[in-house]
Design a protein around this ligand. Structure first.
Ligand code: SF4
Ligand code: SF4
Length: 277
């Protein structure tokens, strides 16, 4: 489910949640990073050592909730936008969620936005109570006041224009196909400049151009662009490329050939091969 859709399962969410006692004490980091990729900015930037050091850079981050102050630094440096700061300790029916937000224009304190769930479905209108960006928090954190009962379902928001929710016409169901019409640009809202493969710096626009040129398998795109050949070995960009092929060609995503994986399936230090393994 996670690999295919990018949507986290309830089981994983529950595993990542601190205990109810800790959640009642004050803000904490909710780390929704469940794929082993070579990445550690959260761990090395936490000034309180609340994210355990990673012996292997592919390890999943482990929060020590008792050490976390909810300062937000990890959320502001996470390139995967996988960390949210949640505060359930206000003592009323409302809670606060700080969401990393990479779009512009940035909302302002006092704005009312539509809080949406992990699949982009609207949940409720919410007020922006804080917007923070600093040297230590390079990705802006937008804090929303939301209903406490809905806080664990809310993970993003959309602007409200003309007092009406404009909706999100990005395709949130990856098994649905969207074919670009003749002479038209792709209809997706995700900009061409969006990075699809972080390891090799390949944009979604690069992928779309290749699909338009007739490269319609993940492996073909990998070989011609190097997308998926970096340290993470297509863990993040592979499903995204398959999804884009499905949308643009009309082939159900189940029928898009996945990328071939050859061992080793995770990055290994050179020392591993030098130690009689
Ligand atoms: S919110 Fe602050 S204290 Fe908590 S894990 Fe992140 S960086 Fe560390
Ligand atoms: S993606 Fe974010 S949460 Fe995951 S390891 Fe990297 S910095 Fe940490």
């Amino acid at each position: 489910m996670l690999i295919r859709t990018g949507i986290v399962t309830q089981e994983l969410i529950e595993k990542a949640l601190p205990s109810p006692e800790r959640r009642a004490q004050g803000p904490y980091a909710m780390i929704e990073c469940f794929q082993e990729i070579p990445c550690n900015p959260c761990s090395i930037s936490c000034p309180f050592h609340a994210i355990l050091p990673m012996e292997d850079i592919n390890e999943l981050p482990q929060l020590v909730p008792e050490l976390c102050t909810g300062c937000g630094i990890c959320a502001g440096v996470c390139p995967g936008l996988a960390i949210f700061i949640i505060d359930e300790s206000k003592g009323d029916e409302k809670g606060l969620i700080s969401i990393p937000y990479e779009f512009s224009p940035l909302p302002q304190k006092g704005d009312v936005v539509m809080a949406v769930d992990r699949e982009g479905n609207p949940v409720e209108e919410a007020q922006v109570v804080r917007v923070v960006q600093s040297k230590k928090i390079p990705t802006p954190l937008v804090t929303l006041e939301v209903s406490l009962s809905k806080i664990h379902g809310i993970r993003f928001f959309q602007p409200i224009k003309n007092e009406e929710y404009i909706g999100d016409d990005r395709n949130t169901n990856p098994t649905t196909t969207v074919e670009p019409k003749d002479g038209e640009e792709d209809t997706l809202e995700m900009a061409d400049e969006t990075i699809a493969c972080r390891c090799e710096g390949i944009t979604l626009g690069d992928i779309r151009r290749l699909i338009h040129e007739g490269y319609t398998t993940v492996d073909e795109i990998k070989r011609i662009s190097r997308a998926g050949m970096g340290p993470c070995q297509a863990r993040t960009c592979g499903p995204l490329i398959a999804q884009e092929i499905a949308r643009m060609t009309g082939v159900p995503i189940e029928e898009v050939d996945p990328s071939l994986h050859r061992p080793p399936t995770k990055s290994l230090p050179l020392a591993f091969f030098m130690e009689d393994n």
